[in-house]
Design a protein around this ligand. Sequence first.
Ligand code: SAM
Ligand code: SF4
Length: 454
Amino acid sequence: MKDSLIQKYNVPGPRYTSYPTVPYWDEGDFNYNMWIETLEKSFLETNESEGISLYIHLPFCESMCTFCGCNKRITRNHEVENPYIAAVLKEWALYCKIVDQKPSIKEIHLGGGTPTFFSPKNLEDLINGILAHATKAPDYEFSFEGHPNNTSRVHLQKLYELGFRRVSFGVQDYSEKVQKAIHREQPFHNVAKVSFWAREIGYTSIGHDLIFGLPFQTKEAVIDTIEKTKSLEPDRLAFYSYAHVPWIKGNGQRGFKDEDVPKDDAKRELYEIGKKSLALNGYLEIGMDHFALKSDSLYKSFETNKLHRNFMGYSSSKTQLMIGLGVSSISDSWYSFAQNTKNLEDYYQLLEWDKLPVYRGHILTKEDLIIRKHILNLMCQFRTSWKKKSDYFNEIPAVLEQLGEMEKDGLVVLKKDGLIITEDGKAFVRNICMAFDLRLKRKAPETQLFSMTI
Ligand SMILES: C[S@@+](CC[C@H](N)C(=O)[O-])C[C@H]1O[C@@H](n2cnc3c(N)ncnc32)[C@H](O)[C@@H]1O
Ligand code: SF4
């Protein structure tokens, strides 16, 4: 790929885990009762075999990684575990009361923070507490994020017995200098050990998360990390662009200077070399930042156009209703989004008052629903179409005009009633989505809200 293309298109842009993206929500048009109304509507539309998804945010970490952009609370005090599990189960009980039926659960994802901060016993109580009010959908998929430094064999065994078959481990980079700068010292043998245990116990999809663009990261470090990764044969890989977002308060991105972070050409080279190395090692690009071996279920879903994307990232099938439990989690009823408070104390207080801890959200307009569909198609299939009348919107000619330059650069092929993203264009999927993002186009952000697209 030409260097000039990356220079030309590397601009701040959303990651599109939702449309509209969170900074463009119309919070003024949203209220608590509307969230409950759309939730009930969506639940009634969901049949038992489709089921619903649950995202459970477990926010605690023992130590602060200085690159991390996630919502977390650092503590070594494990007494926080029990009250938190009790609060999440209370939140779940409130949802079950609203829908007044046993939900059928298609997906559970434990994210964080560090889910493996919690003891295996507490995680077991959490999952059993959830399932006490629910049934499991056919082909359910349960997954969790494991920190290689504190995932024990008992964690893996217990979660396996509870139905978990997918785990992703945060690796980031194996270079000692990078690990020191990001305050995450995690030797290769820790990752090797947990990956080996997971395989031995019977997990069918093991993922590793890698990042390019970290402070002090070199091309040699990226190649070495991918080679070491390959030797453990994870089924899927995330290769994230380091999101340097120091303006988000309290995310702990410090411990290195701005000039230690590779930028522009240097970052682009890390991306190029990493992508090449992933391809050489048999990992196929299935969506933004995501790669999988041909045998992995995510690759199979990509091939059969079943891939879906939501706040949890990519998943192998679509569920219309996703409930986010825990502090800061986002729920999606398809017709609206709702986010829980990010403050732990408020989270406990609202639940004590028997209120869902939702503090903001967005009701999707008819136009939002059409654009959302196109953005999902682009992110999950690298193509979209407006052949069906209901998928057309008035601004399509303007979108095509905006994409004309990208067509000249060989990144998209524009057709009368659709478009296809080329192999070179896949790296720019966020930019292509931005051409459809009417909310972003109507009101450009006054300050930088998003990380760079590459
Ligand atoms: C929320 S973490 C949870 C996993 C677990 N706490 C751990 O650290 O192993 C999930 C993944 O998000 C990615 N991530 C976090 N902050 C990031 C950032 N600023 N830029 C890019 N990726 C990031 C990392 O790859 C990390 O493994
Ligand atoms: S990367 Fe994981 S362990 Fe580190 S601070 Fe973020 S959530 Fe916690």
